[in-house]
Design a protein around this ligand. Structure first.
Ligand code: ADP
Ligand code: ADP
Ligand code: ZN
Length: 215
């Protein structure tokens, strides 16, 4: 089983992914997390990716496609995977379509989380992320039980460099130009399921679950 989570930055993809992978026993594949780790570890990939990420731009397709190709052939993906943050361009989507038959999986559903822009800005600028496990929190909408401490693993929370107002604006523009066309792309293939992401976290999760139960 392969599920894709599509949606603008701040839509709640990571938040929902954490619950979906538990409920449906799927491997979690987040290109954002993989890239942030590479930056932290100062690998070759990390050094190349950092300049784009800091500016709110997409990392070039060639680099990201390699990451996903490697990750999807890991043993834990054989039973099924949840893709968060990939594909983000039509080129990446075309690559996935060509690569999947070789790996022996196909896309079951593309869940598109829709949230209005003012809400996205508030979610992103108030977001705090765990430096250990990547879990997302929010100062107002999902505060951790203990200030600056992750509920899941006890790690320290931090604000991502790209969650400042200026970079958030840029990322939303990039999303509109480069990623939003994927909604029509997957709609045409008949595998798109839109979800109203303006609701609270539990309500969004319930809606996603209803979609996944039908697969
Ligand atoms: P994405 O992975 O799509 O960029 P996240 O899951 O990191 O988004 O969520 C962005 C921010 O919004 C986080 O601070 C998160 O706690 C918060 N958030 C996620 N879903 C909701 C929701 N339904 N209502 C309010 N805040 C939310
Ligand atoms: P969000 O869900 O908040 O937009 P992500 O954690 O998914 O953030 O991505 C953070 C950054 O990592 C992006 O702004 C981009 O620079 C890079 N990135 C992540 N996934 C991709 C991808 N599929 N293609 C290109 N760049 C990516
Ligand atoms: Zn954590």
């Amino acid at each position: 089983m392969l599920i894709i989570l599509l949606g603008p930055p701040g839509a709640g993809k990571g938040t929902q992914a954490e619950r979906i992978v538990q409920e449906h026993q799927l491997a979690y594949v987040s290109t954002g997390d993989i890239l942030r780790n590479a930056v932290k570890e100062q690998t070759n990939l990390g050094r190349k990716a950092k300049q784009y990420m800091d500016q709110g731009q997409l990392v070039p397709d060639e680099l990201v496609v390699e990451i996903v190709k490697d990750r999807l052939t890991d043993p834990d993906c054989a039973e099924g995977a949840l893709l968060d943050g990939f594909p983000r361009t039509v080129t990446q989507a075309d690559f996935l379509e060509q690569a999947l038959p070789g790996i022996g999986i196909n896309i079951d559903r593309v869940v598109s989380i829709e949230v209005k822009e003012e809400e996205l800005i508030e979610r992103l600028t108030g977001r705090r992320v765990c430096s250990e496990c990547g879990a997302s929190f929010h100062l107002k909408f999902k505060p951790p039980k203990v200030r600056n401490v992750c509920d899941v693993c006890g790690g320290d929370l931090y604000q991502r460099d790209d969650d400042t107002f200026e970079t958030v604006k840029e990322r939303l523009e990039v999303y509109k130009k480069q990623t939003e066309p994927l909604i029509a792309y997957y709609e045409k293939k008949g595998i798109l399921s839109p979800v109203d992401g303006n609701q609270d976290i539990d309500a969004v999760f319930n809606q996603i679950n209803k979609i996944l139960e039908k697969i």
